[in-house]
Design a protein around this ligand. Sequence first.
Ligand code: ADP
Ligand code: MG
Length: 415
Amino acid sequence: MSAPQWLDAWDPSDGAERAAASFRTRFGTEPDGIWSAPGRVNLIGEHTDYNGGLCLPINLPHRTYVALRRTFRSGPGGADVEEVRLASAQEPDAGVWSSTLADIGPGTVTGWPAYAAGVAWALRREVDTLGGFDAVVDSCVPYGAGLSSSAALECAFAVALDDAFHLDFGADDAGRAILAAACIRAENEIAGAPTGGMDQSSSLRATAGHALLLDCLDNSVRHVPFDLEASGLALLVVDTRAEHQLSDGQYAARRATCDAAAAQLGVVTLREVDPGALEEALAGLTDDVVTADVARRRVRHVVTEIARVTELVALLDAGRPGDIGPLLDASHISLRDDYEVSCVELDLVVESARAAGALGARMTGGGFGGSAIALVEVDRVGAVAAAVADAFAAQELTAPAFLVAHASDPASRTV
Ligand code: ADP
Ligand code: MG
């Protein structure tokens, strides 16, 4: 028997105090405030965002905290030199990174500061009222686990800069969509990571007690009630701790295949393919880019996955969260067999959780490692986690880590 390792979320007041204490140590003064943003986990709708599809993330109780202070350092002529200084408790060896707003741009920032400085760069494209600042980060969002520590970092900076420089985007959902777009630009153009828009939209726009139904065609959202506790259920998240080197190239390959298939079908995005006419659409794919068999399976995943999101939302709207298990299972099989983005560890979580009584389970996130989710009756959480941990130990795999997710608050000021 191997005891499961649990990744507990910090209480927000503890997270804020940690960030404030690090800020005092680094910069010898008090921050103007503490802001925080959550990681997310996607319930269903995987690899649909870049196909103009639907996805359904919830925010985790795990958050990234940013302590930030506006600064003014006068340069020649007395103007602010707009210096940016950044440090992270998760990157202690990197020390304090510094630059100026004018020097931040595509290709000028490497490593973790790209995610934070990138947000300042992107917001600067929207407004000219941003100036210099010092900031320190601390976080309990698992790193690189497919739970979007990168978006949590970006979105914490987005709300911090928005508030500290009175940009006023954070006050309503339309403004938060603008902040999300700035965070996506930061990740794509400054950090150089190709991602769709799900993570940042969730962290900024999803609310407590709700999943976010995000329509990636027009970025419109609907808040769908998601209260598992009331139904005696829990969402168990398992970080496999596996990261397969394939992931970047495979992600790009999947996107390219979807784009080529859409072009061949004469649609802008695969969202336009009617699930009821899927077989005819698949017959229209030929061997141009990849083999037709591969293209057909990729398209079938995307089209059926978007339909599963709609079905799952209907069950939640009907107050039947206990019935979503089969859709989670079907999503996993589609990702494993048709989209081919699962891996040994993700399949093992799904199989061992199901064998221990989970009502449904699937990989979540981009795949090739990262995390999986399982829908579990509350009093079975410990037993299912133990069974998954045992299955990993039996195969001599790195021990996974566990957390329980409930739909939590979006990015905001904490103190
Ligand atoms: P995920 O978003 O799934 O956790 P990513 O690879 O997209 O994984 O993002 C992880 C990267 O984001 C880290 O390697 C680091 O550069 C940056 N990052 C995330 N959280 C922090 C943090 N608290 N401090 C510094 N960098 C962070
Ligand atoms: Mg990420």
